[in-house]
Design a protein around this ligand. Sequence first.
Ligand code: HEC
Length: 190
Amino acid sequence: MNRKLMLALGATLLLAASVPARAADMEALKGEAKEIIQGFVKELKGTLVSVMKEKGPVGAVDVCHEKAQEITRKHNKDGWKVGRTALKLRNPKNAPDEWERAVLQEFEKKIAEGADPKKLAKAEVVEMNGKKVFRFMKAIPVGKPCLNCHGEKVKEDVLAIIRKHYPQDRATGFKLGQLRGAFTLSKPLD
Ligand code: HEC
């Protein structure tokens, strides 16, 4: 096997290799991650609810389009990277990497087996490009207000504005309680 190919294979193996970590460290990191998610949800939902009241779902799509990524970036702090991801995407910028895709599929499987999506989370220390990284994901179920823009019967005018901003949108057709996606956080450890 040539050296380049071997290096490439080595890199892919390292990409998501699980690394053992001390239980106490894991608990502390999970706590930090959950706290960041709480702040992120509060701001994201708060913005969504107030804009929905003021401008209705069509105006809210515009605001989400402009603000969602900005609000997401604001919650990156102390080395943490914060985001939202999903298997069926609206914004391609939120696409999952290999580890995230596998976790989302694991969440789907657990929900199919009867698990409560509100309680699904995954924490792991992985080695990425030779560096240890703590990764955390928390499932996001579809709630009632979400159906306005992600449901099976999204109104025509709402759909039109979604298609305008997100021509490749795949994030409609959801039912109440299904898995919409997940929060995803990471923090380098060394
Ligand atoms: C007013 C319409 C609207 C409502 C209501 C809404 N969303 Fe969204 N959602 C959007 C838009 C627009 C985006 C793309 C944001 C961006 O550009 O990052 C999005 C993106 C997302 C994403 C990121 C993944 C992706 O596909 O890009 C998740 C997860 C998500 N929404 C979940 C929810 C949940 C859960 C609710 C209910 C609490 C909800 N949304 C309510 C419009 C909406």
